[in-house]
Design a binder for this molecule. Structure first.
Ligand code: MG
Length: 180
């Protein structure tokens, strides 16, 4: 039986941070960039202004047009040939996002399908061999191998294998496997 991979959506398949920056800058009249968020002082300054306005995450449409990370589509498609791939998103916190996330997946990852899409709250009951996620809270209780997808909000997190791109995931989970 193929090994199972659970893949998060926000800030793993989708560049949610890019949209958060775009909407926040629009509301605040600022021009924060992703690079700013890698600087602790700048990041603290941004998040202090972002927290009071982040209700926009609950507004209709927010999750529908998120950009897809480079190479995510091709690599997930290739992973699917070797592994059992599930998309696992803690989406129930954002009720509007449920339909939008399904539509987004259908647009960009139509080969996944509803049967391999899991929308949940907590992720600690997810059982898989790998979990690719940007949040420590999702990896900490995971019993398989956790891969921390690099994001500005997790630069301080240690103790997990950090991956920076889908090309890197391809190297880890596909090319090494082919050599073995
Ligand atoms: Mg995420």
């Amino acid at each position: 039986m193929n090994k199972r991979i659970a893949i998060d959506m926000d800030d793993v398949l989708a560049d949610t941070t890019a949209k958060i920056l775009q909407v926040s800058n629009q509301i605040l009249g600022t021009s924060y960039t992703r690079a700013d968020l890698a600087t602790p002082a700048k990041a603290a300054e941004f998040y202090q202004q972002y927290y009071p306005i982040r209700d926009f995450l609950h507004e209709k449409g927010f999750f529908r047009d998120l950009p897809v990370f480079d190479n995510a589509i091709d690599v997930v498609k290739r992973l699917q040939a070797e592994y059992e791939v599930f998309i696992v998103s803690a989406a129930t916190e954002f009720p509007n996002s449920l339909t939008e996330k399904l539509e987004w997946l259908e647009e960009h990852f139509p080969f996944i399908g509803w049967s391999h899409t899991v929308f949940c709250g907590h992720k600690y009951m997810i059982k898989a061999d790998y979990l690719i996620d940007d949040h420590e809270k999702n990896l900490v209780k995971f019993e398989g191998k956790g891969l921390l997808f690099d994001a500005p909000h997790n630069y301080h997190v240690q103790g997990y294998q950090r991956v920076f791109s889908w090309k890197e995931i391809e190297g880890l989970l596909l090319e090494k496997k082919e050599e073995a």
